[in-house]
Write a protein that binds this ligand. Sequence first.
Ligand code: FMN
Length: 361
Amino acid sequence: MKLLEPYKTDKLDLKNRVIMSPMTRNRSDNSNHLATDMMAEYYRQRATAGLIISEGINISPTSIGYAFVPGIWTSPQTTSWKKVTSAVHQEGGLIYAQLWHCGRISHPDLLNGSLPLGPSAINANFWSYTQNGFQDTVTPKAMTIEDINETIEDFAVAASNAIEAGFDGIELHCANGYLFHQFFAKCANQREDNYGGTVENRARFLFEVLDAIQKRIPGIKIGIKLAPAFRGMFGIELDDDQTTLYEYVIHKLNEYNLAYVHIGGYGEAQDLQPIEVVLNNARRYRKFYHGTYIINRGFTRDTANQAILDGVADLVSFGELFIANPDLVRRFKESANLNVPDTETFYGGNEIGYLDYPTLK
Ligand SMILES: Cc1cc2nc3c(=O)[nH]c(=O)nc-3n(C[C@H](O)[C@H](O)[C@H](O)COP(=O)(O)O)c2cc1C
């Protein structure tokens, strides 16, 4: 089965094509944002994936958008990730760090009273999960050029910390309504300077972050997660030039010698879309990118294998199935039954619903 065969490029050397999609599980501590022993065990259990992409990891204090999420801007945080990366490496796995800035999807309760940052002062009219429970989002502070430059620098430092912590590469979270996506989308970005207006301007922040990271750490392996069809939640609506923007971004990414482009993340509003819709969206953009292409959302073993055979993608990432099946690759191999994910324990809590999903005997 193609899905279970190795995959090799100058950047990736994977034992199979089953990728663990990035998933926030809110099991860090809320004061220091460290990776914990429990998190190391969770990732160790899933190390038979061809590649693990970590949960979103915040890059700076201003990037936080949820309670109990980990960070990678301080030295103790960087050190705390070493136990995660070494647990995965001991099992023969690979792990990339997903770097995350939530932008306007945040709340002053998470930011020591400060306003969240956004491209423009436009409220997402969504919610944020804080240590005090769910709160409505507020109108963010429109980022100054200084804020933009500081954030670019924060990404470069976080990427460098990720490599120091032993991650095999990084993925930039440019999907699902967070900061990069907010720059892309007109509903969140009404700037009149070089970062707003035209497609090139709305994409500029991403490319400046990429330039800064590659300058800081030459040769670093980078993946980009995009959600070109995402809408209807996190305050993101369709733009009239949405496809033009993603065609431009994905085509320009060819210049960056990336490890991969990862197309995923429909919003919950599209949860019931048939797999054909997901595939058509992936096909639409594939022709603009010449490197490794990962696709996501709602795949099973057989639909994923077929997508690879049909040339829609090189690799497929799985989210919820990996939460419930640490030995997903083996289960695919043996056509075994799959455990069913318990949505109640997705976000926050303890080992229950995190470390205790059974593996095959
Ligand atoms: C509990 C949970 C947390 C998630 N957190 C993230 C995240 O931190 N970063 C991200 O890019 N996507 C996140 N996602 C989206 C998944 O990576 C994936 O795109 C989604 O689950 C669809 O794939 P699936 O149908 O195989 O589950 C999350 C999904 C779930 C279920």
